[in-house]
Design a protein around this ligand. Sequence first.
Ligand code: GLA
Length: 392
Amino acid sequence: MFEKRGTVLSKFEELANEFKDLHGAAPRIFSAPGRVNLIGEHTDYNEGFVMPAAINFSTAVAVAGREDRTIVIQSDQFADRAELDLDKPPSQGTHHWSDYPFGVAIKLEEAGCRLRGANLLIKSNVPIGAGLSSSAAIEVSTALALLDNSGLTTDRLELAKNCQKAENEFVGARSGIMDQFIACFGAEGHALMLDCRSLESTPLPIPDGVKLVVCNTMVKHQLAGGEYNKRRAECEAGVRVLSPHLPKTASLRDVTLADLESYRAELPEVVYRRCRHIVTENDRVLRAADALRSSDLQTFGKLMAESHQSLRDDYEVSCRELDLMVGFANEVEGTIGARMTGGGFGGCTINLVAADRVDAFREHVSARYTKAVGRNPEVYVCTAATAAARVQ
Ligand code: GLA
């Protein structure tokens, strides 16, 4: 809620008012959540398992139609506005923040959705570059806004896939489906266990008395984008070596640890370790889902710890700040599990913390991190939120 001219306005009312001031029309507003991933990192593009939850940080897009076929976009997080002529779509992004929403518009058109021109105004509180999927939040909210503005609807799964395509083909990040999927299908109070091959998902309730605490290291190392695509290529290299021996292997999803050990000698050492992370992480997600179903939080926390180690040592996507943050979390009584979350190289950790220990956790981790790194971390106590929707 924001205070304005003596009245208390919801963030959506405030966005609607700003839109009216800019464009002279009352908008409709669509919102999509960011996400945190409890376990299952870098497994999505290997057709494996992930366990994300949508969070109560979101991106809202206000929309109203235009007479032409231009999309004009502005955001509260960036000073410049951008325009896209739907009749002259570029084939690639330009490394501008508008690549995400414009990529979505272009991919929707390629999928046969004839879009009307639109004015869009975006307001978001999903931290950018923090690994909480601000990009999927902007993609999915924009997609819903543009479709509605054109009198169109689409299947949610198709919508998630088109948003992923925008990121893969237009932005140039070869990301998996996890972030767009959870923005489209998140369920309040639940994480989703998602099979990234079948795209079937099962809601798993977040147990009472446990909080999802996200710690932002406030660093994002430059390597992030290039290294992400490199990891994906290394996994594909592993499949190329293994599949002649294991004919049913379409992706690392199909490989067991025993398979991997059998052909270890044929794999470059780095590729072997990348594959080992994926194979063991898939197994951890399955065991974590069982643990959550049977309220075995101790096992869940142990699996989170193993996931972090594997991401640090085998997949090499952690960094000093993430490792420190996880270490400090583990010093607090009441921490059930702690690990990096998202793509890595900075960004956030996810911590499951006993509800009555959250204040002590925040104090301890913040003080220890600030002293060690010289930066104040941000700590967000999140709730598992619902999927993208029209909100006004
Ligand atoms: C990013 C990508 C996701 C996923 C994670 C790592 O968030 O967008 O598809 O690969 O990294 O698990």
